[in-house]
Design a protein around this ligand. Structure first.
Ligand code: ZN
Length: 272
């Protein structure tokens, strides 16, 4: 992390998270207010944050009993990643889930009245369900990788078919997503419904593609989660760049017309 990202009072666990948010912004996958991230803190990492007065928090619409007592570093609602990297104490925060899983308390951050991302239910459901198959999972991340979103607008919306397309686009794709992708049809974002559907998909795959929107990805670290998104996005881009049937290049006879019009004598091996 660059020294100007934070002050000395910010715990070091924020470093890789701020870095990945900066990368997502620079890659164009977290434009405007897009993108959110949650990281499950270890007890030792939580201890690095100064204790709060416990006066801020909220109740969940539906409880998360499996996450009782767990603490998360979460990006704030409406906080552009472009600004987050310059002021993480305002645009991120730490929350702890209550002992019965029905509410959370803010431990640190979310300064100036900021609140956790509106996708918090989707994140917590993701942690809850992914944790059942991958106990070491720590990260749930959402972003808008451009080519992956474009793929959902031209490709058959079928999980198996899209996975095969991605695998067939790069030799290392099947290594990056050996369990394939989860795929959800278009639905309203920011709701518990998309959170429930995504969490169910995260039991089978580390990445869920939301049609015409983006991805929700899980990982043991921010680097692991980012790596999966990069691989899917690269395969999607390669597929889109090589998709046939629509190209209308300049025909040979048109090139000859151009050559004649401008007095060019192209070598015969290039234009018979
Ligand atoms: Zn989004």
């Amino acid at each position: 992390m660059n020294a100007d990202h934070t002050t000395a009072s910010v715990p070091s666990v924020l470093g890789p998270i701020v870095d990945v948010c900066a990368d997502l912004y620079r890659l164009g996958w977290a434009e405007n207010h897009a993108g959110n991230l949650s990281y499950r803190l270890t007890d030792a990492e939580l201890a690095c944050f100064p204790p709060s007065d416990g006066t801020r928090g909220a109740r969940f619409e539906s409880p998360f009993p499996d996450l009782a007592g767990a603490s998360f570093l979460v990006t704030a609602a409406g906080s552009p990643f472009r600004l987050l990297v310059k002021d993480p104490t305002r645009h991120t925060g730490v929350l702890t889930v209550s002992a019965d899983g029905s509410a959370y308390t803010v431990v640190w951050g979310f300064e100036d009245g900021k609140r956790p991302t509106s996708e918090l239910p989707a994140h917590l459901r993701g942690h809850q369900e992914r944790g059942k198959v991958e106990p070491d999972n720590r990260v749930i991340m959402h972003c808008h990788p451009t080519n992956t979103v474009a793929l959902t607008q031209v490709h058959e919306l079928d999980e198996a078919s899209m996975t095969r397309t991605l695998w067939a686009s790069n030799s290392e794709s099947i290594l990056a997503i050996p369990r394939g992708i989860g795929l959800l049809p278009w639905m309203v974002c920011g709701t518990d419904h998309i959170g429930v559907e995504s969490a169910a998909k995260l039991r089978d795959s580390s990445i869920v593609v939301w049609a015409s929107h983006g991805v929700l990805v899980a990982g043991r670290s921010v680097q692991a989660a980012m790596g999966v998104v990069e691989s899917v996005e690269k395969a999607a881009k390669t597929y889109l760049l090589t998709r046939g049937g629509e190209r209308r290049p300049i025909a040979d006879h048109q090139l000859r017309e151009l050559a004649a019009a401008f007095g060019i004598d192209p070598p015969a091996r290039f234009l018979p």
